[in-house]
Unconditional design. Structure first.
Length: 201
């Protein structure tokens, strides 16, 4: 869409229903096999309504991914706001990310799919770069405060992101349960890892 539509409350609710239903169907049946007809029939609206909100099925998925990334960042920010210390903020952000993934397994499945498609990978790449930059900023603050030794903050942020993403995959497609002990281990590994990586440089 070339312009941002101003939606009424009813319009926002209907758009949200389309996003929610499509998320579940894409995650369960796959993006390509799921048709616009299936989505509008499931929500109980006509195709004209769908195309008033979204130019195409591709744009619908892009909006799902964008809004999910925005929600994740807001969740992280809310968790980190309770702390002033950068390492405590980092831990809170990691825990918030893992909890968000556990609560949004359908989205994680769509993210995994999105990385495999050029049309959607750029949206995810931009979102990842923002999160990595935010994480690197906290690591730099911790370095400045002498909490960890000098190191490449961006590389450490990328490593933390990779660990969290792998745990998210386990929530979404893994065979086993990801329990609190694994979450604690992941947090400890990330925090000890940045200290160890920095200390070894």
């Amino acid at each position: 869409m070339g312009e941002k539509r101003q939606l009424t409350r009813r319009g926002r609710e209907r758009r949200d229903k389309l996003l929610s239903y499509a998320t579940a169907r894409f995650a369960e049946n796959g993006f390509h096999p799921t048709s616009v007809s299936e989505i509008v029939n499931g929500v109980g609206v006509g195709k004209g309504v769908f195309y008033w909100y979204f130019e195409s099925k591709d744009q619908l998925l892009m909006e799902i991914l964008r809004e999910s990334l925005r929600d994740l960042r807001q969740t992280q920010a809310a968790a980190m706001a309770a702390h002033d210390d950068p390492l405590q903020q980092l831990e809170a952000g990691i825990r918030a990310s893992i909890a968000w993934s556990a609560a949004n397994t359908d989205i994680t499945r769509l993210v995994l799919f999105g990385w495999s498609e050029t049309a959607f990978a750029e949206v995810l790449r931009r979102g990842r770069d923002i999160v990595v930059a935010d994480t690197a900023r906290l690591i730099d603050e911790a370095i400045d405060q002498g909490q960890i030794l000098e190191g490449d903050a961006v590389m450490m942020a990328l490593a933390i992101r990779a660990v969290i993403d792998q745990l998210a995959r386990e929530y979404a497609v893994g065979d086993g349960e990801v329990g609190e002990a694994m979450v604690d281990t992941t947090v400890r590994m990330c925090l000890d890892g940045v200290r160890g990586t920095a200390g070894a440089s």
